[in-house]
Write a protein that binds this ligand. Structure first.
Ligand SMILES: [Zn+2]
Length: 231
């Protein structure tokens, strides 16, 4: 699978140069498609080394009353695939569960991606933006995005990109925070997020040819399993 330019989607040369002059690089084994530094999420970056072992499991147990590992196992059983991408992968815990041959993990944080490279060297680490993925159309058999999409002001952008890079009949799972209960309200205030109902996420998925096959609810969290239907 070859990378494309995230600006214009033209194929890149082996040294990551676009015919229109955009150029990207590899930093410490990480493919870097961000041309400028993102606004850093200080809290998240500070907890990065402990994120997958402490913060995510603990936070999930308290708010969703389910174990993080059981959730990731569930996600992997639906959306594993030979060519596989996790969007907003953080340190890439999902790759302990997913079965894939060519495994890609994308995030905007170099700090998280360095942890991913160190702990899971077989995963191809990519720094990029979920609203313009550096992959060609119909590249993946499976795509997941866990607890990321609800953080975007316009969640339809990352959802349309997930659909674009999925092959027909490819599977995806999106884990999102939904408008359900008191905990959802607390979390959305804390993270300064707009809370949306689960039906909103199902609706935008269907708009981009991602048909919902099943949903698992855990507290305010929803795991939406989809299949990309033919256009
Ligand atoms: Zn370009």
């Amino acid at each position: 699978m070859a990378f494309v330019c995230p600006v214009d989607r033209l194929p890149l040369s082996n040294d990551l140069k676009c015919p229109k002059g955009h150029a990207y690089r590899v930093v410490d084994g990480i493919y870097d498609f961000l041309q400028q530094e993102p606004k850093s999420n200080d809290i998240l970056e500070k907890v990065a080394p402990l994120y997958e072992d402490v913060w995510a499991p603990l936070g999930f147990l308290i708010t969703g009353k389910a174990t993080y590992s059981s959730v990731l196992r569930d996600v992997a059983s639906h959306s594993s695939g030979r060519e596989f991408l996790d969007v907003g992968t953080g340190p890439g815990k999902i790759f302990e569960y997913v079965k894939c041959e060519n495994c890609y993990g994308l995030d905007i944080s170099l700090k998280f991606l360095r942890i991913l490279k160190e702990r899971r060297p077989r995963v191809i680490a990519v720094r990029g933006d979920a609203v313009s993925l550096p992959f060609g159309d119909e590249s993946f058999d499976g795509v997941t995005s866990m607890f990321v999409i609800h953080m975007f002001p316009d969640p339809s952008k990352p959802v349309s990109e997930i659909s674009r890079v999925l092959k027909r009949n490819g599977k995806c799972t999106m884990g999102v925070l939904t408008r359900r209960g008191r905990i959802a309200e607390l979390l959305s205030k804390w993270w300064k997020l707009e809370l949306r109902p689960e039906s909103f996420y199902v609706g935008i998925s269907e708009r981009f040819e991602l048909k919902t096959s099943s949903i698992r609810q855990m507290g305010p969290w929803s795991l939406i399993n989809c299949v990309k239907t033919s256009g």
